[in-house]
Design a protein around this ligand. Sequence first.
Ligand code: NAP
Length: 356
Amino acid sequence: MNIDKSKPVLVTGATGYVAGWVVKRLLEEGLIVHAAVRDPEDPAKLKYLNQVARNAPGTIKYFKADLLKSGSFADAMANCQVVFHTASPFKTDVKDPQKELVDPARLGTRNVLEEANRVESVKRVVVTSSCAAIYGDNADLLDTPDHVFTEDVWNTSASLDHQAYSYSKTVAEQEAWKMAEAQSNWKLVVLNPSLVMGPGINPFGTSESFNIIRQLGDGTLKTGVPQMGFGLVDVRDLAEAHLKAAFMEGAQGRNIISGHNTDFPEMAAVLHEKFGAQYPIPKSTVPKWLLWLVGPMINKVLTRKVVMRNVNYPWKADHSKSVRELNMTYRPLKDSLQEFFQQMIDSGQLPTPGRT
Ligand code: NAP
């Protein structure tokens, strides 16, 4: 990889789970990282990034920026060669999906890329999209050629009322492509990661990834998990993908970044193997009919349509483009899950075994 260390790079949403590892790797490469954050005065949020910066050759500089404020990224982007646009809310428990998910995703992307259009030095933009921009429901797999999700597939089943997070990622990525095609100063490379797991730079991250691993150990899911497939990638592998997308000459287009085609029962089994004696990790699956019946009462995200179109469906994506064009390698599923779970224990978010 040919990395020019003289010009800074911008990371939007630098306080986030995925961005934390991206910033760490960039600092390890000796780069000047412009970290755009909502509140640069909040010491709790910056503590972990500061720790990383102290132990790495690169330099971090903080800039205040909000996705929804026009012109907000001007100072942060000045003189940058690369923009990593990771900021976008990843949460499912929302009251107003338009305001809480779609606006920051789509308008935020537009805002960041409009700034890139004004900054001559920006030559590459890496957008952290998602596999959620490829599919809305697992049932969509049946409509794909060869029953596998590839970079050619777009999510057409999500909407504001159904899988709103996936909808937000779809319209945001579409906005990015539209804007990229309307100019010629910078190249867009999109990453489409599946569910991200693995220890965070900040053990107290608020990304939905943390809720999922926590709920597998705190008893929330002790009666069982749905038989539902999804893809999974380690947060550290995803950080490598960001660097490759930014600095490899041939990086282009959309890129599925997903280490494993897996499902909830396999995820639980991998955790059970190491932690099952001390933690109420689910051992069985909840039948689809029961989830259909009670799902909406347990969790408003588990609507009957979500249950119908996802439970008892496998998930399969083809990550071969990432291996071929980005030289990606993926660590074992076990490492991502068990190390993430251990971080939950070490940081006191799951009870230490033997203590009440
Ligand atoms: P995260 O930890 O919640 O990070 C989201 C970041 O976006 C935070 O830094 C947050 O800032 C920032 N943000 C949200 N609203 C903002 C606003 N209005 N203005 C400025 N910044 C704002 O989630 P994550 O899991 O790291 O997700 C990062 C990216 O990866 C997202 O684009 C997400 O869609 C994508 N992704 C994640 C996964 C996954 O499984 N985690 C999978 C596929 C794709 P604050 O810290 O101030 O809240």
